[in-house]
Write a protein of this length. Structure first.
Lengths: 415, 168
């Protein structure tokens, strides 16, 4: 099947403006501005069933319809922070199919009446930001950005903004704080960004992949989009496959593709043909799924993955084989979260500190079964008490690791 | 010399990105500019940026402290930041880093005796399918180096060494 998002894999040089335009590029943006009212654009996106690709899966059209039309100006922000361990899809989109992303961002801006859009990239994407700046300049020269677009009264500017190495800035309110020139710490919500966002103004934040779906949805219609995927999870998704597979990489597939197809057909199976032991479907923030035949045959859509006691999230599928011990896995994830906790609230700051201390001890072979119980207890104590989802994420692998793979911890601790 | 004197065009371009009443937003791009030459943000640069944006030096310093790509002290000309996060570690990143340390004769966090490379271990860089990998942060920005081996890394270090000589 032809790609919807990774179209550069089918069409050479799609990252050149003339090639992109020859393949229908910016027709949807033109159609929106010249033939549709802003709310009609939102209605098409709503009808398509598109859900946010940044992790939470919130319905995109519905989010756009929440924009507060009594307070102006409005902003649109693209979340290109892409820092969840195991996620590397937005980078491929921006590097290789940048105009489709930019067109989606432009259409969203028109739909919610924003005349300025910001792309927030993690600081490590320094080269990607430089490339996007070039592409934005190409669009300005071609009259696709700027004043009075396509003879209308609508104007739009797009700017890039580089972060500087902080996972928490992927959380949308921390991201907005960061653009405002502050430390990237989450805001207390409500109010949510569509009411109170960048500079206190109504703001729509979406993930890069979410925006990249929009031009084709507008061009081909909501029904076309819904014909792919499952009723609960419409359309296609980029699965970032990593870990102990032969062919790691990004695979664009319809929602509902099974884990088995992803790991074996696309990923080429497991290194040294070992058995799969565990899968983390949503990066380091994920619960650990115990892999058996039933799990492998589970379709990857939001509802089905939940039946395995995990969330699909950003679909960053980390594959773990039987050579790996789960106490080592959670030591890695806690290292990450301890490093990335922003320190604003005590349960997350202190909890991660203690969890790291304990996973270190357990992993080094110095721990006891009491340490394992204490670790589980600390993680459970944190749940429901943190200001943002990072605190919650930090506990997922710990709790599910200890509860679902107890034998690994028994082996790791001193008798 | 102030940043505005040294890089007038870049400073203007940065300020033009944000509404004039929210010029504080320019603090992050200005900090990147400030650490371009020395590899870290000097005391003078803190003061300079604070003045330009009408915020306090403490405000600027707290930004430097919060984000891991800003530095308040000198290190090697290039920071070589090897990803050892879970997905990369599942593909041999820890061994790669240990072997590299052995070859360079330094530990993680240390700098080669010639001052060229500081070796660091970092969290996921969104290149998990191309492990082992690292980024170099230096005077010419941030570059990715993917599907690396120790040999390829040593070659890169040689290239960085001779590149520095040409400039000087
Ligand atoms: C700790 C944390 C990190 C996050 N990181 C990202 C990220 O890197 N990229 C992203 O798009 N969303 C990330 N999110 C989700 C955003 O807060 C937000 O829900 C998303 O950008 C909304 O866009 P979407 O509806 O298109 O998914 C993160 C959330 C949390 C709590
Ligand atoms: S939960 Fe953690 S990351 Fe989120 S606000 Fe609290 S300390 Fe910061
Ligand atoms: S884990 Fe190393 S780049 Fe993602």
């Amino acid at each position: 099947m032809a790609h919807v998002l990774l179209r550069h894999r089918d069409i050479p040089n799609l990252n050149q403006l003339d090639v992109y335009q020859k393949n229908g590029g910016f027709e949807a943006f033109k159609k929106a501005i010249t033939a549709m009212k802003p709310n009609e654009v939102t209605d098409v996106v709503k009808a398509s069933g598109l859900r946010g690709r940044g992790g939470a899966g919130f319905p995109t059209g519905m989010k756009w319809s929440f924009i507060d039309n009594k307070n102006w100006p409005h902003y649109v922000v693209a979340n290109a922070d892409e820092s969840e361990p195991g996620t590397f899809k937005d980078r491929e989109i921006m590097e290789s199919n940048p105009f489709q992303f930019l067109e989606g961002l432009a259409i969203a801006s028109y739909a919610v009446g924003a005349n300025a859009a910001y792309i927030y990239l993690r600081g490590e994407f320094w080269q990607v930001a430089a490339l996007l700046d070039e592409k934005i300049a190409d669009m300005e020269k071609a009259g696709l950005l700027g004043e009075k677009l396509f003879g209308s009264d609508y104007s739009l500017k797009i700017y890039t903004h580089l972060g500087a190495g902080a996972y928490i800035c992927g959380e949308e309110t921390a991201l907005l704080e960061s653009i405002e020139g502050k430390r990237g710490q989450p805001r207390i919500r409500p109010p949510f960004p569509p009411a109170y966002g960048l500079y206190g103004k109504p703001t729509i934040v979406n993930n890069v992949e979410t925006f990249t779906n929009v031009p084709l949805i507008l061009a081909n219609g909501a029904e076309w989009y819904k014909s792919m995927g499952t009723p609960d999870s419409a359309g296609v998704k980029i699965f970032s496959l990593s870990g102990r597979v032969k062919k790691p990489g990004n695979y664009e597939l319809p929602f509902g593709t099974t884990f088995r197809e992803l790991v074996y057909n696309y990923g080429g199976g497991i290194l040294d043909d070992r058995p799969v032991k565990a899968i983390m479907p949503a990066g380091a923030s994920s619960s650990l799924i115990v892999v058996d035949d039933k799990a492998l045959d589970t379709p990857m859509d939001y509802a089905s993955v939940r039946t395995l006691g995990a969330d699909l999230g950003s679909a960053s599928v980390i594959v773990i084989d039987d050579t790996v011990s789960i106490d080592w896995v959670i030591n890695k994830t806690i290292h990450f979260f301890k490093h990335e906790s922003c320190g604003k609230c005590t349960p997350c700051r202190e909890g991660n500190h203690w969890m790291m201390h304990l996973t270190e001890r357990i992993h080094s072979g110095e721990g006891s079964q009491n340490d394992v119980s204490l670790l589980l207890n600390v993680a459970k104590q944190m749940q429901g008490k943190c200001l943002c989802a990072l605190g919650e994420f930090a506990t997922m692998a710990v709790v599910t690791g200890i509860e679902r793979f107890p034998q690994d911890f028994q082996k790791a601790v001193k008798a | 010399m102030s940043l505005a004197q040294k890089y007038p065009n870049e400073v203007n371009q940065i300020l033009a990105k944000y509404p004039p009443e929210h010029k504080r937003s320019a603090v992050m791009p200005l900090l990147y500019l400030a650490q371009r030459e020395e590899g870290y943000v000097t005391k003078d640069a803190l003061k300079d940026i604070a003045q330009m944006l009408d915020i306090t030096e403490t405000d600027v310093a707290s930004i430097v402290g919060f984000y891991s790509l800003y530095h308040d002290h000198k290190a090697g000309k290039y920071r070589m930041q090897v990803c050892t996060d879970l997905p990369c570690a599942l593909r041999g990143a820890d061994k790669f880093l240990a072997d590299l340390c052995g070859n360079l004769g330094i530990q993680v966090g240390e700098t080669t005796p010639d001052g060229l490379v500081t070796l660091e271990a970092v969290t996921c860089l969104a290149a998990c399918d191309k492990a082992p990998m690292f980024q170099t942060q230096g005077p010419d920005g941030i570059q990715y180096h993917e599907n690396m081996t120790v040999d390829k890394t040593l070659e890169l270090i040689e290239a960085l060494k001779s590149a520095g000589k040409e400039v000087k």
